[in-house]
Design a protein around this ligand. Structure first.
Ligand SMILES: Nc1nc2c(ncn2[C@@H]2O[C@@H]3COP(=O)(O)O[C@H]4[C@@H](O)[C@H](n5cnc6c(=O)[nH]c(N)nc65)O[C@@H]4COP(=O)(O)O[C@H]3[C@H]2O)c(=O)[nH]1
Length: 519
């Protein structure tokens, strides 16, 4: 009793860990996926912003070059009209002006005044371009402008318009060009400088925000910093995490629940089986074995039957392998033998000539004490070993000297040895020759296929030939029709069993059946 309880405890503990571990892993994976997805969105946003900024600067440079190349009469109406048209056709351009030496002589656009001619330039390039990054000195009408002069013309750009707020999805962003802040949204926000930040996305727990820095190397280095409050970030993915995490957890729990149910059922089945064997509640039933030519009953195969206390019948196909797995195989065999011996004591004289075929488990031949205990039980009940044939499956006949020796010992004591389910395992002529056997039982699958097109139908003849070559008696299993029986009689198969004669019967049923046949 102790071991199943411990095993259940172990299974429960393993189950709890089994849920907690994959759940943590699942949440971690979702979090990683979420961060990756956000990183991808931010990279895309930054690339778009960088492309817009780059386009505005390149376009400004090209336009100024174009204006310089045209032979305007300086500040003439035609010149000013051209400047006005070019300025108004670009939403981010506030003004375009005309210079001679250090003086801005005239200009067109939405802003004018001294702010367009600040003293100190931020950058003077070899190409002749002079640039003023937005600052207090370039602020006109509350907007810090980006100014660019090339040759005789200049352009004032409203950097706010390089950013399209609709794209930002609630994030705050700032754009740096050549290490200097060019634009920000919202304008008043203060951003950490890009060189203070790691590349990519990171969770800034101290400030309760998610920050990303993306560098884009276009014509000039552009960097975009985006800041998002942790709540916004979480809001975006909360539903996803809840949905995926929830489904994952349900599936894991369901799976572990099924495993737990299966294991606990197996364990409780195992302990019920143990109790049933110990309590002698597995009883023997008998399927008559008939001499085919005469129809005379010459014995019976002893089959185990187990009905649980709640009335559920468990098939031997389940409880025999379970007993073997639990190391109860030999106890099962001996318990069925005891039941058979009790029944034999009650049967009238004629049946005493019959041979009862007891199925052995794979463990019986491997157990050193099995043969002795078998002998003791037969002696106690006064039953000769010749009355008990032992059926061994092919699997139990492992090619080992010990098993071969035990089979020989049992045979020497007077038991006849039958190989069961022949043809379904590993048998070969050479293999069978190594064992001392008496009977070969042809498996039901081969009898089933008689007079059919199934591939197995051609196998039964070589099996019969093999048995003859080894001088073995043949018992055909699973005979269900007169035609099958006739076919086997014509091939001189000695004995058979199957529903054509009778299914397995309980003690009294078997007795009645036998007496009825004997009449
Ligand atoms: N469809 C059909 N079936 C037929 C016919 N004639 C017999 N059978 C069934 O075929 C099985 C024959 O036993 P097996 O080949 O030794 O195969 C047995 C045997 O290998 C094992 N087994 C049964 N009882 C015991 C036992 O007490 N000890 C051991 N070690 N194994 C057992 O379980 C297997 C299944 O046993 P059962 O369910 O009792 O099923 C039995 C029997 O009821 C037929 O004409 N048609």
């Amino acid at each position: 009793m102790g071991s199943p309880r411990n095993a259940l405890l172990f299974v429960s503990l393993a189950g709890a860990i089994g849920v907690a571990l994959p759940a943590t892993l699942l949440l971690w994976v979702i979090w990683q996926q979420t961060v990756m997805a956000e990183e991808q969105r931010l990279t895309k946003l930054s690339e778009d912003l960088a492309a817009q900024t780059e386009h505005a600067i390149v376009d400004a440079r090209a336009l100024l070059e174009e204006l310089n190349s045209q032979a305007f009469e300086p500040c003439s109406p035609h010149h000013l009209l051209t400047l006005q048209n070019e300025a108004l056709s670009r939403v981010h351009v506030r003004a375009i002006g005309y210079w001679e030496a250090a003086n801005r002589l005239c200009g067109a656009g939405l802003v004018q005044g001294q702010r367009l001619t600040p003293a100190r330039a931020s950058r003077i390039y070899d190409s002749g371009v002079i640039a003023w990054w937005p600052s207090a000195a370039t602020t006109a009408g509350d907007v810090a402008l980006f100014l660019m002069r090339f040759g005789n013309h200049d352009m004032a750009i409203d950097p706010r318009l390089l950013i399209t707020p609709g794209q930002l999805e609630g994030k705050q962003v700032a754009v740096w060009v050549e290490g200097m802040q060019m634009a920000a949204y919202p304008e008043a926000s203060v951003f950490p400088a890009p060189d203070e930040l790691p590349e990519g996305l990171f969770v800034d727990r101290a400030n309760n925000r998610v920050v990303s820095r993306v560098s884009v190397d276009s014509l000039f280095p552009i960097e975009v910093v985006a800041v998002q409050s942790f709540e916004d970030f979480w809001d975006r993915y909360r539903m996803l995490v809840i949905a995926v995490g929830g489904i994952g957890l349900v599936l894991i729990t369901l799976w572990l629940g099924l495993v737990w149910r299966y294991l606990s059922r197996q364990l409780s089945l195992e302990s019920s089986l143990r109790a049933a064997i110990d309590g002698g509640r597995i009883h023997a039933v008998y399927q008559p074995i008939v001499e085919l030519r005469s129809g005379r009953c010459v014995g019976a195969e002893v089959l185990g039957r187990w009905t649980e206390k709640n009335g559920t019948a468990i098939s031997p196909e389940i409880f025999v392998p379970l007993a073997e797995k639990a190391g109860l195989g030999t106890r099962l065999t001996l318990s069925i033998l005891e039941n058979l011996l009790q029944h034999m004591a009650n049967w009238p004289e004629p049946e005493k000539e019959m041979v009862y075929h007891l199925n052995l488990t794979e463990q019986d031949l491997a157990q050193p004490g099995f043969s002795r205990r078998l002998g003791e039980l037969l002696d106690e009940h006064g039953v000769a070993p010749e009355r008990i044939a032992l059926e061994i499956t092919e699997r139990a006949l492992l090619d080992s000297d010990v098993i071969r020796q035990r089979v020989a010992e049992l045979r020497d004591k007077g038991h006849s040895i039958a190989i069961d389910d022949f043809g379904t395992g590993y048998s070969s002529l050479a293999y069978l020759q190594k064992f001392e056997l008496d009977t070969l039982k042809i498996d039901k699958t081969f009898v089933d296929s008689l007079q059919t097109e199934a591939v197995t139908s051609s196998v039964i003849r070589p099996i019969i030939d093999l048995a003859r070559a080894l001088d073995l008696e043949i018992i055909a299993e699973g005979i269900e029709s007169g035609e099958q029986m006739q076919w086997l009689v014509e091939r001189d198969v000695e004995c058979g069993q199957g529903y054509w004669y009778s299914p397995a019967l309980g003690e009294s049923g078997f007795k009645a059946w036998y007496l009825d046949k004997a009449r």
